[in-house]
Structure formats: structure tokens, C-alpha cells
Design a protein around this ligand. Structure first.
Ligand code: GLU
Length: 437
């Protein structure tokens, strides 16, 4: 077992921000890459804002992303308690240690830390050499007796044997205070890696909780795959430097290191994230697509207990590669399960703008109703021959045909669509369509 100990130290204040999720992920990856230990420490000293609910939201989010922690809430461990609100005696003892070294004094009711004033130089794994000098003593216990973030953060990192601190770049400016404290305790200074911020999609600045895509819980609600989000988040600030994007997670664990973390801030890109999700949907084994689709389709009233399982499987098999996301499934496949599907007016206008689509449809109806081998290769072949004989483009048949039987201009491959729908339904739909024109 490696000696690496990293921690994710959130202050749960009501939601799980994508930036925090990414910090958790990078810590988790580093622990798994090195065979070290991943600690979850809850920095809940702000009693007003840290609720049970927000902690739950955080734990749920981590579990959803597959970021299991080795020590912390629910798990325990040798370095607990893992809630700062339960560590008061430890902070008091640490305060006494500093007092004995003559590094604290009281002023205006608060307890102050005496800085050394020496330049604080760190070799940050992302930023390189960073030097900063503290110029003023700072408060470590407020006048109401509550300890300040810098103090508890450092005391816990020492007591929990944290070897690497991986956190957002917004904490870089705190680091000189922290190293002052580490030195005052004569404790080893951990390795620091300050990871770039996540910028909002448009405009300037860091993503805030009001920006779309900022809250992890929304992804779950919107039907994203955790594996896709995890893969996408890895690339917000890290890359394997070989232009690959969709990478199996085991490989990311193997490849992940500080060298791959970018200095530049990363910009959130919803389109790209959706693209990742679609890619993951494509890679999903068909059985999983089926089991995940069933509740969605029955909720939408498209299937029920008497729906033919083989037919359903067949529909999903031919649609999987064209589908954008699971929540969009009902609108994508509804015409497979009902006869009163809608016709897209825009698509219709486009198809009827040129040629004689109704003539083509009559010809293809004639062909399909008499076709003895109703399977896709033969369907494709016969329509191609029909087009050649009549000296018409093949597209002029397929477009109107697809529209007549599905009401849209997109969807699975036309030959697979016709085969799956079957001869009876296909012919009936074309006839009904022609009657209604
Ligand atoms: N509670 C701090 C935060 O949420 C932790 C900072 C750190 O990782 O050291 O930003």
C-alpha cells in the first residue's frame, strides 16, 4: 500500500457544485493511481450553512459519480472524527501546542497567530514555484471561540497525515498562511497541486451555482450517465496529451498524474458534455439500454406489460446509435409504439418542395405490399432497383417513405426501420397517409 493520503474537504452548503465534484474526482484519481488513501473530511464549522441535507446531497453525488472514499463519514477510519464540528478538543490541543511555542497571542477577544514573515515558497505540482510572503499576523480563533478555516484545515491535514493537497486554484493565495502554520507546528509540508478553475460557458469568470450545468444533481435528474460525466470532468483541467477524449476509466486511473493537469482555466462546455453522454449511450450494451429504457417508455405510456419484448429490443437496437440521450427516447421512438404519431410540418414542407413525392410514395407502396422477402437487404435492393427503373433519385423514395411511416425526417436507418415496423404496419401507414393528402 502506498503512503499517499489525499483528502476531499468540502464545506457542504446546500448543493454539489461541478467544481467541487471535479476536485473530489482529481483527489480520488490520484489516490487510485498511486494506490493511496482517499479521505472525505467534512469542513462543517459554519453551523448556520452546513445542513444535514447538504451533506446528503454531497455524499449522494459522490456515490453517483463512483467516487468511493476510504475514510470518512459512514466509513470511519483511524484519523476521525471526520467532521470538523466534532474535532473541537483536537483544535484546542493544537492551540495549546502553538501557545507553548509562543506563536499565539490574544487581541480584542480573538486569538492571533504570529507569522514568521519569511517568504513561503512551494513547488506547486501545477503552478510551479510559487512564493508569497505573509505580512500580517492573522486570527485563528474568533472572539466567539470558533476556529478559523486556515487553522482547522492545516491542523486536520497534519493530524490526518495528508501527504498531497489537491484543491482549486482559488486556494493558492491561502497557501502561504497554511505553510506558515505547518512550519509553526514543525509538521512536514504536504505536496500542493492547485487545479485550474472551471469557467462558465460564456463570458468571464468562474462558474457559479446559478450557471446552467453547475449543479451535479441536475445531471442525474436529466438522465446523464455518471461514467460520461466522470470522463468529461476528467478533461476539465487534465488531459492524457494524446488528443483522446473518450477514455475507459481504468485507463484514466492508470494515466492520471499531475503532469497532465493544465495551468489554463478550463471552460465548461455543455455541448461537449452532451456529446460525451451520447458516446457513452452508444457504447452501452443493448441489454442495459433495454433495462434503462423500459421505465422511461412505460412512464411515457408507450409500452406496457403486453408489449412484445423482442420488438422492443429490436427498436432499441436500431435506434441506439442515433439516439442523443435516454430522456429524449420517447419522442425518438414513439411512432414504433403508436399509430397516432405526429407529423412534423417543417419536414413535410421540405419534402414536398420539390419533385412528386406522392407519386414516388404510390410506386413504393406498390412495391412493398407485394414484396415477399420483407427484410432490410431486400428492401434496400428492391427500392434501389425501382429508382433506377423509373430514373428517379433513391432519396426521393426514402424521404417520403420515412415521413409517411414515422412523421419525421430523421431516425434509424430507413431499411432497418421498415423491417422492424414490418410489412403490415408499413403498408397500412402508407395507405393512410395517401388517403389523408
Ligand atoms: N473547505 C475548503 C473548501 O471547500 C477546503 C479547501 C482545501 O481543500 O484545503 O474550499
Amino acid at each position: 500500500m502506498s503512503t499517499v493520503r489525499v483528502r476531499f474537504a468540502p464545506s457542504p452548503t446546500g448543493f454539489f457544485h461541478i467544481g467541487s465534484a471535479r476536485t473530489a474526482l482529481f483527489n480520488w484519481l490520484y489516490a487510485r493511481h498511486t494506490g493511496g488513501t482517499f479521505v472525505l473530511r467534512v469542513e462543517d464549522t459554519d453551523k448556520e450553512r452546513n445542513t444535514e441535507e447538504s451533506l446528503q446531497c454531497l455524499k449522494d453525488g459522490m456515490k453517483w459519480l463512483g467516487l468511493d472514499w476510504d475514510e470518512g463519514p459512514e466509513k470511519g477510519g483511524d484519523f476521525g472524527p471526520y467532521f470538523q464540528s466534532e474535532r473541537d478538543p483536537i483544535y484546542q490541543e493544537a492551540l495549546e501546542t502553538l501557545r507553548a511555542k509562543d506563536r499565539v497571542y490574544e487581541k480584542e477577544g480573538a486569538t492571533w497567530f504570529k507569522i514568521s514573515g519569511d517568504p513561503q515558497v512551494i513547488e506547486d505540482q501545477v503552478r510551479g514555484t510559487v512564493s508569497r510572503t505573509e505580512e500580517k499576523d492573522f486570527v485563528i480563533f474568533r472572539s466567539d471561540g470558533s476556529p478559523v478555516f486556515h487553522f482547522v484545515n492545516v491542523v486536520d491535514d497534519i493530524k490526518m497525515g495528508i501527504t498531497h493537497v489537491i484543491r482549486g486554484e482559488d486556494h493558492l493565495s491561502n497557501t502561504s498562511k497554511h505553510t506558515e502554520l505547518f512550519k509553526a507546528f514543525d509538521a512536514p509540508i504536504p505536496v500542493f497541486a492547485h487545479i485550474p478553475l472551471i469557467l462558465k460557458q460564456e463570458g468571464q469568470g468562474k462558474m457559479s451555482k446559478r450557471d446552467k450545468g453547475a449543479l451535479l444533481e441536475d445531471y442525474e435528474k436529466e438522465g446523464f450517465f455518471p461514467a460520461a460525466i466522470r470522463n468529461y470532468l476528467c478533461l476539465l483541467g487534465w488531459s492524457p496529451k494524446d488528443d483522446r477524449e473518450i477514455i475507459p476509466f481504468d485507463e484514466i486511473i492508470q494515466l492520471f498524474d499531475f503532469k497532465g493537469i493544465n495551468k489554463d482555466n478550463a471552460r465548461f462546455d455543455e455541448k461537449k458534455m452532451t456529446f460525451f453522454n451520447t458516446e457513452y449511450l452508444r457504447m452501452l450494451p443493448l441489454d442495459e439500454v433495454v433495462s434503462k429504457s423500459k421505465p422511461i417508455l412505460s412512464e411515457a405510456g408507450l409500452i406496457n406489460d403486453s408489449t412484445d419484448e423482442a420488438y422492443l429490443k429490436n427498436v432499441l437496437e436500431i435506434c441506439q446509435e442515433k439516439l442523443r440521450s435516454l430522456p429524449t427516447l420517447p419522442e425518438f421512438v414513439d411512432y414504433f409504439f403508436k399509430e397516432d404519431f405526429a407529423f412534423n410540418e417543417k419536414a413535410k414542407t421540405k419534402i414536398f418542395k420539390k419533385g412528386e413525392p406522392l407519386e414516388r410514395l404510390k410506386e413504393v407502396l406498390n412495391l412493398l405490399k407485394n414484396l415477399s422477402l420483407f427484410e432490410k437487404e431486400n428492401i434496400q435492393k428492391s427500392i434501389t432497383e425501382l429508382a433506377e427503373t423509373n430514373e428517379q433519385g433513391i432519396g426521393s423514395y426514402f424521404q417520403i417513405l420515412r415521413f409517411a411511416i414515422s412523421g419525421t425526417s430523421g431516425g434509424p436507418h430507413i431499411d432497418a426501420l421498415i423491417e422492424t415496423l414490418g410489412q403490415e404496419k408499413t403498408v397500412k401507414r402508407i395507405k393512410t397517409f395517401l388517403e389523408n393528402q
